[in-house]
Design a protein around this ligand. Structure first.
Ligand SMILES: C[S@@+](CC[C@H](N)C(=O)[O-])C[C@H]1O[C@@H](n2cnc3c(N)ncnc32)[C@H](O)[C@@H]1O
Length: 227
């Protein structure tokens, strides 16, 4: 199995990751939206904090939800209070209006570095296409404010051992010890509060021939050796 695994750099060129059929267009609210997917409105959530606040959307696709959040914040006279940051491997971004509070950056989430902390970090159906999913979770955890929320769609069965078996309950337990909560019904991982952490796994590589996952789109399995 491990002889055909790809590193994150090679994976970025895979047709599974560059797939133009994947849904990059989710809006802030309404049908096909972050609010529908996450069960809360990210702008309302982030604005519920005091003072200056920030929302980071990793694997943001076209950045539509962030851009709509920017427009709505401006309409409420709150644009100066909120920073909206999106990162995606592919530069399919919708245009950013001049003076917008939104910053969209084309970069891999496995190497991109922020220059601030965030009150909310979302990864909406993005980790399915990332190789080192656990590194992204650990990195994102370290970028949260003390009471910031990280929430990401994650199919735990896509994280596997060298022999191809899902890491399963052992991984769920280790993620739990590291402060993450996994909702297996929604296939969603979350945590509250920033912390530097290391998950005890070595990334072996990614398989872009894993086939469709629960979303119906071809996804990527990630292989690890427990330490
Ligand atoms: C299914 S789309 C979801 C986009 C957006 N979150 C939405 O819901 O509209 C997955 C996104 O993940 C991005 N992506 C995949 N691998 C990535 C990586 N290593 N770094 C950054 N973005 C990545 C893809 O380019 C794609 O835009």
């Amino acid at each position: 199995m491990t002889d055909r695994l790809l590193d994150d750099h090679t994976l970025a060129a895979s047709s599974v990751v560059a797939n133009s059929a994947m849904n990059r267009e989710r809006q802030l609210a309404g049908p096909n939206s972050y609010t529908r997917d996450l069960g809360f409105n990210p702008l309302d959530r982030v604005l519920s904090g005091d003072g200056a606040v920030a929302w980071l959307d990793l694997c943001c696709g076209q950045g539509r939800a962030l851009l709509q959040a920017g427009t709505e914040a401006a309409a409420r006279g709150l644009a100066g209070r909120v920073a909206l940051v999106g990162v995606d491997l592919v530069d399919y971004f919708d245009p950013v209006p001049p003076g917008s509070t939104v910053t969209l950056t084309c970069a891999p989430v496995t190497t991109w570095e922020p220059d601030r902390r965030f009150d909310l970090i979302t990864v909406v159906h993005g980790l399915h296409y990332v190789g080192d999913k656990l590194a992204v979770l650990a990195r994102a955890a370290s970028w949260l404010t003390s009471d910031g929320l990280l929430v990401a769609d994650l199919d735990l069965t896509s994280i596997r051992r060298a022999d191809g078996r899902p890491l399963g309950r052992a991984l769920a337990a280790r993620l739990g010890s590291a402060g993450f909560t996994y909702d297996s019904r929604r296939r969603r991982i979350s945590r509250v509060g920033g912390r530097e952490l290391t998950l005890p796994y070595t990334f072996l590589g990614a398989d872009d021939r894993a086939g469709p996952n629960y979303t119906g789109q071809p996804a990527v399995h990630s292989y690890y050796a427990p330490l």
